[in-house]
Design a protein around this ligand. Structure first.
Ligand SMILES: [Mg+2]
Length: 175
């Protein structure tokens, strides 16, 4: 399938993998983790359909490398923007600026970018401030579930990974 116009930035923990299943080594690096049910199929489907996908995640470089090497879906990410490397965490603008730059995108491309994440105060606030679309995955019971202000208000809400697929397809069709 041909390239899609929509570009995906996605978080990892509790967006693709289930944080409650993370296994750590004695240095606090994640060694492996299970997918949120259905998230592996959704990630692989979006990749196979031709969407460009960047990982935009807070944590250690080695943790993400370990998890996605072990689960076999690391190839779905064109770029890995990891807070340990960037030096700041979401919602800091630099995380999103770095993703834009590493993906070879410009200010004008922002209208086509969608950030997917589970954390209202990191993923959604970061995306909204940066001026890209935001999709909140509410699947995880962890972190905050109360939208306290406009900056935390996602453009779309997904309850399951399958909902994300549907939302991305609608965004792509409606442009
Ligand atoms: Mg997360």
């Amino acid at each position: 399938m041909g390239k899609k116009k929509t570009i995906i930035f996605t978080d990892s923990g509790d967006t693709i993998i289930d944080e409650s299943t993370q296994l750590y080594n004695n240095k606090g690096i994640v060694l492996k983790a299970d997918f949120i049910p259905g998230a592996d199929r959704v990630l692989k489907t979006l990749y196979d359909e031709g969407y460009r996908i960047a990982l935009v995640a807070d944590g250690e470089w080695d943790s993400f490398q370990n998890v996605y090497r072990e689960n076999g879906l690391g190839h779905c990410f064109e770029e890995w923007i990891v807070s340990e490397v960037v030096g700041v965490q979401k919602p800091e603008r630099l995380m999103f600026e770095t993703a834009l730059e590493k993906m070879g995108l410009k200010e004008d491309d922002k209208a086509n970018i969608v950030m997917i994440g589970n954390n209202l105060k990191k993923d959604i606030v970061g995306a909204n401030r940066f001026g890209i679309k935001s999709v909140w995955l509410s699947w995880s019971p962890r972190y905050f579930h109360k939208i306290e202000n406009d900056e935390q208000r996602p453009d779309h809400i997904a309850e399951t990974p399958e909902d994300i697929l549907e939302i991305i397809h609608k965004i792509e069709e409606n442009r």
